[in-house]
Design a protein around this ligand. Structure first.
Ligand code: ADP
Length: 552
């Protein structure tokens, strides 16, 4: 028995990837279609169009995704590495927030696909706009403020939907289409997310939006997991009927459509499990599933996600239903200043070398003698601060208490102190904000991913600051793997007639699957962890002052 996924996001909007797992959860094969180079007739750059006439408008041609789906399935078939007839379940991962607008009458197109013709020839008239707004779009600032105001402010919207309004979120995108292209809105019978769009094509009818990806829209009541009447009203008229109903991420969306059975010889019993967003699928792929698990992705930007039982809304970060456990929540914190800021300080202080950077990091003592730094090479999201570097020294600081400790702003640090202030600063901020969001402290374990997770010195600092073991995974494509694992999970839940924990799939054998992880850093000094616990309070205090003075 095999499981399979298709994906529109190893690197967000750039390509479509398919990964096939066998029943031991090992990778059988994978394929990738790069949009720019392999579907050049769409003339995208990085998979998107940047609209020069409208500030911040970034879209992708929906038909390109449709054509890529046939292309990747054809390649899997030609490779002869898998037997489609043995696929038990399929799921998918779509870039979060992006949306697709199905034209009135398109449900008929979906339900009567001709297997002799490629999908792209049949979907030409299926969309009321041929261009899907995607996560990179930032043209909806006005709509964000209007939606927040209509429900009583950003915190109210966050309490209701799990996040304040963000430009890339689907609700503001829908409101903008309603305001600027009312003919498109009125001609739309269904709005899908990228994830539920993939599921819809696979089952040949409109698929539900799943609870987790649904919380990236500013439209779903995060507690009740139904559309929020208040948020719908704040967004656009008659919206509920265009969204359909919601479903948990582990639910069956439907059976694979006859098109795929006839064209690629899928088994007609093959289940399509609800598709979800790329971040939720990454969480699944990293096997983060119970409270106390934390993942830190150290890419161009840094992202933290973890699991909590509590729903503690805030105007920072995002709360989403856990895609692999209906009882708990997934919390996500996004930092703009990640690797690019580390690179900037490395280039200025450490001869552009990670080796020198790591030597300096070791050279400066843990806690940095009370030197704290805030480094924002780009406008930061968390906290909302403008570009700027701020450095402080603490006086009367011994490490155990903040009694009598005062801070003074200084202009610069020596290179080792600068590098330690950067690394301690970034991870103290993560610890502080994760705790503020109600995530268990210390975490049970941390899984580190992304480019900078290759840096052992950084991972050692993370273990000391958070006070827990740090692991890395074998494979970088966690979203793609996660969707395949969720396909298996949905299949298992369906077979058992109800929800079962995802860990049942790999209990006691994780190390022998594609999802195994490796212990890379441990806690060496418990007293130091406690001292970081004290220091994080001071850091949050100074950060609050900076936000009051300079915050956007
Ligand atoms: P993306 O977010 O684009 O997927 P990656 O996860 O591939 O990015 O991470 C790329 C970043 O990883 C680069 O910007 C680089 O600064 C960082 N990186 C790579 N190797 C190291 C290292 N040894 N130490 C610290 N950072 C590193």
């Amino acid at each position: 028995m095999l499981f399979f996924l298709d994906l529109i996001a190893p690197h967000k909007q750039l390509s479509l990837k398919a990964t096939v797992l066998d029943s031991n959860l090992c990778i059988l094969t994978s394929e990738i279609v790069n949009f720019d180079s392999e579907l050049p007739h769409y003339k995208t750059k990085d998979g998107v169009y940047r609209d020069s006439s409208i500030n911040g408008r970034i879209v992708s041609p929906t038909l390109m995704w449709v054509e890529a789906l046939d292309l990747i399935l054809q390649r899997l078939q030609d490779s002869k590495k898998i037997d489609f007839n043995k696929l038990a379940a399929v799921s998918g991962s779509g870039q979060q927030h992006g949306s697709v607008y199905w034209k009135k009458g398109s449900s008929n197109i979906l339900s009567s696909l001709d297997p002799r013709k490629p999908l792209v020839d049949q979907f030409g008239q299926a969309f009321s706009t041929r261009e899907s707004p995607i996560w990179m779009d930032s043209s909806t600032t006005e709509q964000c403020r209007a939606i927040e105001n209509a429900v009583g402010g950003p915190l109210e919207l966050s309490k209701l939907t799990g996040s304040r309004a963000y430009e890339r979120f689907t609700g503001p995108q829908i409101r903008r289409i309603f305001e600027t292209q009312p003919e498109v809105y009125n001609d739309t019978e269904r709005i899908s997310l990228v994830s539920s769009f993939v599921a819809s094509v696979l089952i040949g009818k409109y698929a539900c939006i799943d609870h987790t990806d649904g919380s990236g829209m500013n439209l779903m009541d995060i507690k009740e997991r139904v559309w929020s009447k208040q948020a719908l009203k704040a967004t656009a008229p008659d919206l509920e009927e265009k969204l359909g109903t919601l479903a948990p991420a582990h639910a069956v969306a439907g059976l694979i459509a006859p098109y795929f059975v006839q064209r690629y010889q899928f088994n007609k019993e093959c289940l399509v499990i609800q598709c979800s967003g790329d971040n939720p699928n990454s969480l699944a792929g990293l096997t983060i599933n119970t409270p106390g698990d934390l993942a830190i992705s150290l890419g161009t930007s840094d992202t933290v996600f973890g699991i909590t039982m509590d729903h503690k809304p805030s105007i920072e970060g995002h709360v989403l239903p856990n895609p692999v456990d209906p009882e708990s929540y997934m919390v996500m914190l996004c930092y703009k200043n990640g690797s690019l800021t580390r690179e900037d300080i490395r280039d200025r202080c450490a001869d552009k070398s990670w080796d020198v950077f790591n030597q300096y990091l070791k050279q400066a003592p843990a806690l940095n003698g009370g030197k704290l730094g805030f480094y924002y090479k780009d406008h930061e999201i968390l906290p909302p601060l403008p570009i700027g570097y701020h450095r402080y020294t603490l006086e009367n600081y011994k490490g155990d208490t903040l009694d009598g400790v005062t801070e003074h702003e200084v202009k610069e640090f020596d290179p080792p102190s600068e590098i330690r202030a950067l690394i301690e600063g970034q991870f103290l901020s993560m610890r502080g904000h994760a705790e503020r969001f109600g995530m268990p402290s210390p975490p049970k374990r941390i899984i580190a991913t992304g480019g900078a997770s290759a840096n052992h010195s950084i991972l050692t600092s993370i273990a000391s600051i958070f006070g827990c073991n740090v692991y890395t995974v074998q494979r970088p494509d966690s979203a793609s793997l996660g969707a395949a694992l969720r396909a298996a999970h949905g299949w298992l839940c369906n077979r058992n007639g109800g929800f079962v924990p995802i860990s049942c799939l790999y209990k006691d054998r994780l190390e022998n699957t594609a999802f195994g992880s490796k212990l890379v850093a441990t806690v060496e000094d418990d007293k130091l962890v406690a001292k970081y616990g004290v220091l994080v309070k001071k850091r949050m205090e100074i950060e609050n002052q900076l936000v009051q003075k300079l915050g956007r």
